[in-house]
Design a protein around this ligand. Structure first.
Ligand code: AMP
Ligand code: MG
Length: 411
């Protein structure tokens, strides 16, 4: 294949890889969901209030509704005429020169413009004596104080939270337009892989990537599509993706150029064109990206630590782009090294580590062992220390950048 696209670029940086991957994503469609199912979904349009809140002036305290002009001085006594409480079907009318009993959440009677709290009132049978002067507007929540009909209450491309759902409900919405969850197909490849413990035998290992990636896709708001395990043959890989229907395909393993790394040749026989196949990062170097019949494809290294790291660095932003967001890279924190670390080589390093918080901020200790097969250390770590290409050795006390896992739900 002669064109540059088919040949692909080799050896690019993490940021460039993210940009290229993001550029290969398409927006997914929109669906309308009930508010009960909207938590964590991404708003596909803005939403405006369908009514005002409060819908009429309400009292924010228990006390007496008055005309402020009628109680211009402490010691005033007014006749008591009626009451207003939350849920009354009609807004009552305050007779001139009188007061009305009122409770929190009740409509302020027409004609009243202040509430005097009950602590500042003495009941005298059918009259009330006030120990303070009224202040116009006091303890009255004006119509529309919270929001006015037509006001925007939710922006587009927002992750819908419990706070948003409470507001949408109060504003008259029962459903909301959200982006569909991107469907992300996951295929593990490798002759050595067994799908479950009953299939394990001499020379085989259990597939960690499908379960791990499937979970991370769910945590990131996608729908995983399980394509199973394919052996290291072109036929097995081709038949696994033949009926492919997804917004993104992730294939793990077999992405290098060894004799048994059949992912690229197998997909190419189906018309796969690729953009790049190496990213200068550790772990995770042989990352392949391209397109198969209009579906973007990410080929990840088989090592389970690499696969999950690629999910964090590339699948997370890709899902964001597919659902109408910017698709930024990770959020970094600054931390002090608790112990020295070695220099970085020609690749960006992502080191499993544990951070703790003390009086002077974050302190971080990197694990001595960083082999990309060691998922136990990944599960034990709570962050990754990120070191740029060619970073020198760093002493204890020096500042480094880290990505905290606790900023990403369930990662
Ligand atoms: P590969 O990218 O196919 O060269 O695989 C690199 C390493 O990751 C090898 O040691 C594989 O056995 C291992 N590996 C590949 N796929 C998986 C998987 N799905 N689960 C666990 N380990 C894997
Ligand atoms: Mg392999």
């Amino acid at each position: 294949m002669a064109d540059g696209k088919a040949l692909g670029k080799s050896s690019i940086g993490v940021d460039e890889a993210r940009k290229l991957i993001n550029a290969g994503m398409s927006l997914v469609g929109i669906e309308e969901v009930g508010l009960a199912d909207a938590l964590g979904r991404i708003s596909a349009s803005s939403a405006n209030a369908l009514l005002s809140s409060p819908p009429f002036d309400v009292s924010s305290m228990d006390g007496y509704a008055v005309r402020a002009a009628d109680v211009s001085a402490a010691g005033t006594t007014l006749p008591l005429r009626g009451s207003s409480r939350a849920g009354v079907s009609e807004i009552p009318q305050l007779a001139a020169g009188s007061c009305m009993r009122i409770f929190t959440g009740a409509p302020v009677p027409t004609g009243a413009d202040a509430i005097i709290i009950q602590e500042n009132a003495e009941s005298q049978g059918d009259a009330v004596r006030f120990t303070v002067a009224a202040v116009e507007g006091e303890y009255v929540r004006r119509l529309g104080l919270n929001f006015k009909s037509g006001q925007e209450i939710l922006g587009v491309g927002r992750t819908i939270s419990a706070r948003n759902i409470g507001l949408l409900a109060a504003a008259g919405h029962t459903t909301i337009a959200v982006r569909k969850r991107p469907r992300i197909a996951v295929l593990s490849t490798g002759d050595e892989l067994a799908g479950d413990p009953t299939a394990i035998s001499q020379g085989r290992i259990l597939d960690a990537n499908r379960p791990g990636l499937t979970a991370s896709i769910k945590a990131l708001g996608g729908i995983p599509v399980d394509l199973g395990i394919a052996g290291d043959t072109d036929d097995a890989i081709i038949s696994a993706v033949r009926e492919l229907d997804a917004d993104l395909l992730i294939v793990t393993g077999g992405a290098s150029v060894g004799d048994h790394d059949r992912v690229r040749p197998a997909l190419q026989s189906l018309g796969f064109t690729f953009d790049f196949y190496k990213v200068m990062m550790r772990p995770g170097k042989p990352l392949m990206f391209g397109e198969l019949k209009g579906i973007p494809v990410l080929g990840m290294p088989g090592n389970p630590v690499s696969a999950l790291l690629c999910s964090l660095l590339f699948v997370k932003p890709a899902i964001e782009v597919m659902t109408g967001r910017a698709g930024e890279g990770p959020i970094y924190d600054d931390a002090r090294l608790a112990a020295p670390i070695a220099r970085t080589g020609q690749r960006e390093d992502y080191l499993r580590a544990i951070y703790t918080v003390d009086d002077s901020g974050l302190s971080v200790e990197v694990f001595d062992q960083q082999d990309s097969s060691m998922t136990a250390l990944l599960a034990q770590s709570n962050c990754l220390v990120v070191r740029p290409v060619g970073a020198p050795a760093a002493a204890a006390g020096e500042m480094v950048k880290l990505i905290r896992f606790d900023t990403m739900a369930n990662f």
